[in-house]
Design a binder for this molecule. Structure first.
Ligand code: GLA
Length: 374
């Protein structure tokens, strides 16, 4: 069973766009191992669009760009597997990819077979150049069926940007394990906040083991450089972004250059107790309990051990503020003592009744685990 917890990995698009190559993917797989990403749970190394040759080969099969991947895809997938990791690739439901390369419309069975022969473990399936008059959902169903027919377990990542309400049909009808809920993220606080805080509202009931809402790939550690650069964020803002994606039970697909992470980036991306919230086996997506009227938000995610993950987010642009969280608001009996642990700091803060309050800086977040004591 694939994706029983939100998929974790890396995707080439956010930083590298068209500038991908065999060397980059190999070095990325190496960095997963040497930088502790593999140990932290990251597994899928995924190449996005523009890996393709301009035309299909003489037999009508998809082929890799001979300059970027001179030996083709199979040896690269083998290399990624040899590091104990999984390999992912990209195609599109239309006639061409968003980068105008050959895509899978009308070739679903052939392409699924090709991917299976290459050893692909993950397919991101985009939505550009859909022929007019064709039902988009049917195209995802077709590819989902073609993937299953190969007999190889291939994680199916639907990327139609939330256009056709994929939360309603992508898992049950197309067998997708995750589906994008919005348009593309860029490396800015504004883009992250709009997607993460605003556009995931009321989608939590559609997520669970094997099926996840995907608010797009992480921008942590991009620092304003790369393909979707847009001014960049501070480390504090990246920490908030990561906290939010963990609360959302979102796939954690790293978008920075993992070969060259600074210490802060690595600390964020490998924070064990924060990742544990994302990877909680119950698979409940967290949600906001509302705003305090000053751009302060308390979020709640139910965990499998009977405790709660609680995110305190200060979305205001200026100023530290005191943010209280009440047991009543969380659904814990008022007089019940509960242990409060800071998951970023990895330390217990004490046992409290009724309420807990802490200071949160502008654009910062706290992530707490609150465990009622019985
Ligand atoms: C779309 C997707 C992106 C990326 C590009 C590649 O915009 O949403 O995530 O895959 O296409 O061209």
């Amino acid at each position: 069973m694939l994706a029983q917890t939100p998929p974790m990995g890396w995707n080439s698009w956010n930083t590298f766009g068209p500038n991908i190559s065999e060397a980059l993917v190999r070095e990325t797989a190496d960095a997963f191992v040497t930088q502790g990403l593999k140990d932290a749970g990251y597994e899928y190394v995924v190449i996005d669009d523009l890996w393709e040759a301009p035309e299909r080969d003489a037999a009508g099969r998809l082929a890799a760009d001979p300059e970027k991947f001179p030996r083709g895809i199979k040896p690269l997938a083998d290399y990624v597997h040899s590091r104990g990791l999984k390999f992912g690739i990209y195609s599109c439901a239309g006639s061409h990819t968003c980068g105008v390369k050959p895509a899978s419309f009308g070739y679903e069975e052939e392409d699924a077979q090709t991917f299976a022969e290459w050893g692909v473990d993950f397919l991101k399936y985009d939505f550009c150049y859909k022929p007019m008059g064709v039902d988009g959902r049917a195209l995802y169903e077709r590819m989902g069926q073609a993937l299953r027919a190969t007999g190889r377990p291939i994680l199916f990542s639907a990327c139609e940007w939330g256009r056709m309400h994929p939360w309603d049909w992508a898992a049950p009808r197309a067998g997708a394990h995750m589906w994008r809920t919005t348009g593309d993220i860029n490396d800015s606080w504004q883009s992250m906040a709009e997607i993460g805080f605003e556009k995931q509202k009321n989608l939590e009931r559609f997520a669970g083991p094997g099926r996840w809402n995907d608010p797009d790939m992480l921008i942590v550690g991009m620092h304003g450089k790369g393909n979707v650069a847009h001014g960049g964020c501070t480390d504090e803002e990246y920490r908030t972004h990561f906290t939010l994606w963990c609360m959302l039970a979102a796939p954690l697909m790293i978008g920075c250059d993992v070969r060259n992470m600074d210490a802060a980036t690595k600390d964020i991306l490998t924070a064990p107790e924060v990742i544990a919230v994302n990877q909680d086996p119950l698979g409940c997506q967290g949600y906001g309990l509302g705003s305090d009227g000053h751009e302060g938000e308390v979020w709640k995610k139910v965990l499998g051990d009977g405790s709660l993950a609680v995110g305190l987010f200060n979305r205001h642009d200026h100023g530290r503020r005191m943010m209280p969280v009440s047991w009543e608001g969380l659904g814990i009996h008022d007089r019940r003592p509960a242990l409060v642990r800071d998951l970023w700091a990895r330390r217990n803060l004490g046992t409290f009744t009724r309420t807990y309050a802490t200071q949160v800086d502008a654009h910062a977040a706290k992530l707490l685990k609150i465990t009622p004591v019985y």
